[in-house]
Ligand binder design. Structure first.
Ligand SMILES: Nc1ncnc2c1ncn2[C@@H]1O[C@H](COP(=O)(O)OP(=O)(O)OP(=O)(O)O)[C@@H](O)[C@H]1O
Length: 615
């Protein structure tokens, strides 16, 4: 009834909520955009992009005792911020891209102590940012960009250690950014587009700004003249520096552009196609195929800093503008010239861009991923985010080595893994690597992937999608078949339209209600588990859905018909003593792919159950 009252109070101009019908159970999985806890009580309303207009009456929703998420972004809702403080258990409020307006009372959020995510961006709010927001103890993500908030930013409560993402860009904020933000190393902050902010966080000395601009007291006479002089001098110095930097960049770009053309041209002429049965195509050079079969020279992971830092171009760590910036020097340092001189080959074109293998003069083989439209972040937050990835250390997670940032091009460099990906080993050929895929090896891979995912979910707990693109081509294998997860935590870098190329956006909940969450990663992990057990290429990986096998449908119907054993890869099922473990793993995989995310296992439970499966 509360939901129906809510439905009747708003106007729907695109699509409908006809699946919300009196007399039917909202937790039966059929009510569009309704999520339930344990299948019994409504915990989430995710009604986005339906052209909803009108004002929300929170009293209608207040009767839902377990409501935790309200997601009404990308609609046409208007009026002041609805009184969500009446629903004290709310953890996420997402109202981005509507036309809400007016001031928000300073104490609006004071009782919403459970709130973790607040998205009010791209509305028409005015006035000060309420102090009570920054007092929230569990706040993790705060997005208020693209409004007309003014005044100073209130300081963050000291006991909040959770805030990971703060976007206040494109408002009219002013004054010094409180130290409680600038001192936080792990906080990704966007403050650009506010003309009058100063302080460490924005690299502007507050002393150098005329306090009149902030409506502050003017200094004693004489001081004002001095301040004006200082500002003029600063402006001149800044202009001269800009000219020098622009000249330098132009010169560098000239050199670099020719270098990148060279990288493109160096694709070997002997590229052959290795067809992955029933599915996709991986391009490899014949030379590298030979190497995989025999010696592993091409995959050398020899340590070494080429030319020991003498090769010009940006060196690791320092990294001139537009050069290669090292974020992890475990394998030594290199610069753009080293990469330009390396023999390169195309590995493949993925959904996010293309990948090249490059073997440098010192023997270090790397993969350079050229990622399309990775342009959500400006260079500074991009750097912060990449350095964060560069610090990751886990035996089952591949840490990037370096990156390159230019407006029109972003590259991410990682170590080349000679045994290639799980996708290739499972479906690429029926050669030696495939026959090595015994049950023990497969179990080791599943358990390694589970550990890596658990780590990523802890490390990036505040991200909407800690991985986002987990699939077998993004699981690389070491010489000993230890899996290394790659291409994780990319969501902050990508524009929403581009992000949808990632596998987490192929889940049933995204198809139904454009929803992604940590449970999307669980779904992707479930597909991996089933892919390894069945040895079949999942049609879910393909955009068309044509080719491969609908692994979800196949496994679910085999379980319903008690014919689970039939789906296990014949190459391992003859290991009779281990069949019970394989079947247990199949059931875990199946519990990860439930179409309702509320009925799906969560990552912690998935990993716990996977760990318990013994050889
Ligand atoms: N570090 C690496 N070592 C060895 N092979 C790699 C490495 N990184 C990627 N590859 C392989 O290169 C190929 C292309 O990779 P790429 O990441 O561009 O595409 P993808 O994984 O198919 O799709 P997506 O862009 O969605 O990640 C894949 O087969 C992948 O397994």
């Amino acid at each position: 009834e509360p939901l129906l009252r809510f439905k009747n109070s708003v106007k729907i101009t695109k699509g409908d909520l006809n699946s919300w019908r009196l007399g039917t159970d909202p937790c039966n999985g059929k009510w569009f955009g309704i999520y339930c806890q344990k299948g019994v009580t409504v915990s989430g309303i995710h009604v986005t992009r339906l052209g909803l207009s009108g004002t929300i009456n929170v009293d209608d929703l207040n009767a839902l005792p377990n409501l935790k998420t309200v997601r009404l972004d990308n609609n046409l809702l208007s009026g002041p911020l609805p009184h969500f403080f009446k629903i004290r258990g709310l953890k996420s409020i997402m109202l981005s891209n509507n036309t809400f307006s007016g001031e928000i009372p300073d104490d609006f959020f004071k009782d919403m102590t459970k709130l973790k995510r607040l998205f009010l961006d791209n509305n028409q709010f005015v006035g000060k940012i309420p102090t009570s927001i920054m007092q929230l103890p569990h706040l993790e993500e705060l997005h208020m960009q693209g409004n007309k908030f003014s005044g100073e930013i209130p300081p963050l409560i000291e006991t909040n250690k959770n805030l990971k993402s703060l976007d206040l860009s494109n408002n009219q904020l002013e004054g010094e950014v409180p130290a409680s933000f600038s001192d936080r190393k792990d906080l990704v902050m966007k403050l650009d587009g506010n003309a009058n902010l100063c302080g460490k966080a924005v690299n502007i000395d507050c002393e150098s700004i005329d306090p009149k601009e902030f409506g502050g007291d003017p200094p004693a006479s004489g001081g004002s003249n001095r301040t004006t002089m200082n500002v003029v001098l600063l402006a001149i110095t800044f202009l001269i520096m800009c000219c020098i930097v622009v000249g330098f960049i132009k010169k560098q770009n000239k050199k670099r552009n020719s270098g990148f053309r060279k990288l493109d041209k160096e694709r070997p002429s002997d590229v052959v196609e290795v067809t992955v049965p029933e599915s996709t195509t991986v391009k490899r050079s014949t030379e590298s195929s030979k190497k995989r079969g025999g010696n592993s020279e091409g995959g050398s992971t020899k340590k070494g800093s080429s030319h020991n830092g003498k090769s010009g171009g940006g060196r690791g760590g320092g990294g001139g503008m537009g050069d290669i910036i090292m974020v992890n020097t475990d394998k030594g340092s290199f610069g753009l010239p080293d990469l330009m001189k390396a023999a390169a080959e195309v590995l493949g074109n993925g959904s996010l861009g293309s990948a090249y293998k490059a073997v440098m003069a010192n023997g270090l083989a790397v993969v350079v991923k050229r990622i399309r439209d990775m342009n959500k972040l400006a260079s500074e937050p991009f750097d912060v985010e990449m350095r964060r990835l560069g610090k990751i250390r886990h035996p089952n997670v591949l840490t990037p080595l370096a990156y390159h940032y230019r407006q029109e091009e972003k590259l991410v460099v990682s170590e080349y893994m000679p045994k290639s990906s799980l996708l290739y080993i499972l479906h690429g050929d029926r050669g030696i690597h495939h026959s090595e895929l015994t049950w023990e090896t497969r179990l080791k891979i599943i358990q390694g992937v589970a550990h890596g995912m658990q780590f990523l979910h802890e490390e990036f707990a505040s991200y909407e999608l800690p991985h986002g693109n987990l699939k077998s081509s993004n699981i690389l294998l070491s010489e000993t078949y230890e899996p290394l997860i790659s291409d994780y935590a990319f969501l902050p870098f990508l524009q929403p339209s581009n992000a949808q190329a990632m596998f987490a956006y192929k889940t049933p909940e995204f198809a139904q209600s454009q929803e992604v969450s940590h449970k999307s990663d669980v779904y992707c992990l479930g597909i991996i588990v089933l892919e390894i057990l069945t040895g079949k290429f999942p049609s879910q990986y393909l955009n068309t859905g044509k080719g491969g096998i609908d692994i979800v449908e196949w496994v679910q119907s085999s379980i319903a018909e008690h014919k689970e054993e039939e789906v296990i890869d014949p190459e391992i099922v003859n290991n009779a003593g281990s069949v019970p473990q394989m079947l247990e793993m199949l059931r875990i995989g199946a519990a990860c792919i439930a179409s309702n995310p509320d009925e799906r296992l969560d990552m912690r439970e998935t990993v716990r159950r996977i760990e318990q499966v013994k050889k």
